[in-house]
Ligand binder design. Structure first.
Ligand code: ADP
Length: 436
């Protein structure tokens, strides 16, 4: 990541430098032209450098090793400054300025080592020109019309010191840049570790989910097979008890009659339990993506259990109910179980009243079935949804204790939850949500 950012930044620096370099260079050549046409060496040299830099600029994007291209640019630029110095009367402050520029660019393009090498070459360059100016006649003072001797000791001292100062500063900046990059790298590594941990947890969860689903399916299959296979011997028992009752009631003693009646009742109850269990294990095999008009569905439920409603003179009030997406048979069973329970668990000598409503809450519809029945103690509000869980003896209220577990399974298949709020003697409200 940081390599990408850095190389983009370096390329921009390179582009800007090259464009400015060419502009400055062109001005110098023009200046030279105007000053003295008789300097063919300078002119030839300048043109070669100009072309070199220009080509490098366009070829660079194709370079595999961009550092080589940067190096070529910097060497060419240094040579321009170096050669220019002979013909412009030695070290000027402007020459020092160009060197500064080159040192900074070397730091930016090539990093710490490249920058330091450029600083070293620049010091040698300044010292060299001081001595060349003082002890030789290689420097042309007449060009550009200056004619003056520009080689002064203070140029040497300020030149060398300012180059060293600048190098120290650039070094510092480079170091802090590395610290920032290291920090970013560290943070990135931390993120990668966290990501890997998250991924592991997710994979773990997915695996567990899969295992759970498989176990659930196995359990359902088990419930289905056992309840299905239990039906057969039970039917035989019931049939023969029936036959025994038909042929022997009144012929044996009173005790025997009572025992036969117990056996008959128990096998009948067992049949109901097994039938319910079979039904429970089969929920979930139907489609759950059909439109379900809850108002029409409630109407159907009321017709189905019309006899019980009339007998108990139950009053059922309902707010407007929505059309949802789900499994109509399942939802009907859910509505019916809740309404039947509200009537069944009514208070003695009171008329059962049931209020049904639905509210949209985010992505869900929240339904509520409120009754004025006997209510449920807080401590049982979870357990009643367990299979075969009942709070009252059968002599008091009929039932097998599977109705609410049916409801729970149906609601969960529809992506929702079911719960109850209730107080003894103060009625109950059953809530459930269904994905809208
Ligand atoms: P069943 O109705 O066959 O007993 P359910 O699973 O439908 O089985 O209900 C479990 C238990 O929850 C019931 O035995 C009853 O004690 C309690 N219950 C259910 N609905 C209500 C209600 N509306 N008011 C009071 N108690 C209720």
């Amino acid at each position: 990541m940081e390599d990408d950012l850095l190389s983009q930044q370096r390329f921009r620096v390179f582009r800007i430098t090259t464009v400015f370099g060419i502009a400055v260079f062109s001005t110098s050549i023009l200046q030279t032209f105007l000053a003295d046409f008789s300097h063919p060496i300078l002119l030839t040299f300048s043109v070669i450098l100009f072309v070199g830099i220009f080509i490098n600029y366009f070829v660079l994007p194709m370079h595999k090793n961009v550092r080589t291209a940067y190096m070529i640019l910097l060497i060419l630029a240094f040579l321009v400054v170096h050669m220019g110095t002979y013909f412009t009367g030695g070290i000027h402050s402007s020459t020092i300025f160009y060197l500064f520029d080159l040192i900074l660019i070397a730091f930016m393009l090539l990093g710490k080592n490249g920058g330091q090498i450029m600083a070293g070459i620049s010091v040698v360059h300044v010292v060299y020109f001081y001595f060349a100016g003082v002890y030789t006649n290689w420097i042309d003072y007449s060009l550009l019309g200056t004619g003056a001797h520009m080689i002064e000791l203070d140029f040497l001292i300020t030149g060398v010191f300012s180059i060293l100062l600048l190098t120290a500063q650039a070094n510092y900046i480079e170091k802090s840049k590395n610290a920032i990059i290291n920090d970013i790298k560290l943070k990135r590594d931390e993120l990668a570790i966290n990501n890997a941990a998250l991924l592991n947890t997710r994979n773990d969860l997915e695996l567990r989910n899969k295992e759970l689903k498989q176990k659930n399916a196995e359990l359902e299959q088990f419930a289905f097979i056992s309840s299905h296979d239990l039906q057969e011997p039970l039917r035989t028992i019931s049939d023969f008890v029936g036959l025994l009752q038909q042929q022997y009631v009144g012929k044996l003693d009173e005790k025997a009659d009572k025992y036969l009646s117990f056996i008959a009742q128990s096998s009948k109850r067992m049949r109901t339990l097994i039938k319910d269990l079979l039904h429970y294990s089969q929920i979930g095999n139907e489609k759950i993506n059909e439109p379900v008009d809850c108002a029409a569905l409630l109407h159907e439920v009321k017709t189905n259990i019309g006899k019980i409603i009339a007998e108990k003179r139950a009053e059922i009030h309902s707010d407007p109910l929505p059309v949802i997406t789900g499994n109509a048979t399942g939802i009907k069973q859910l509505f019916q179980n809740l309404v039947i329970n509200a009537i069944k668990f009514r208070k003695k000598d009171s008329i059962p009243e049931i209020k049904i409503s639905a509210k949209k809450k985010g992505a869900y519809w929240e339904f509520s079935f409120t009754d004025n029945g006997i209510g449920i103690e807080q401590q049982h509000s979870q357990r009643i949804f367990d299979i075969f869980k009942r709070l009252h003896p059968r002599t008091e209220y009929t039932g097998s204790g599977i109705g609410l577990s049916h409801c729970k399974k149906i609601v969960e298949l529809h992506g929702g939850k079911i719960w109850v709020k209730s107080e003894p003697e103060a009625g109950s409200t059953f809530y459930f949500t269904i994905l809208a």
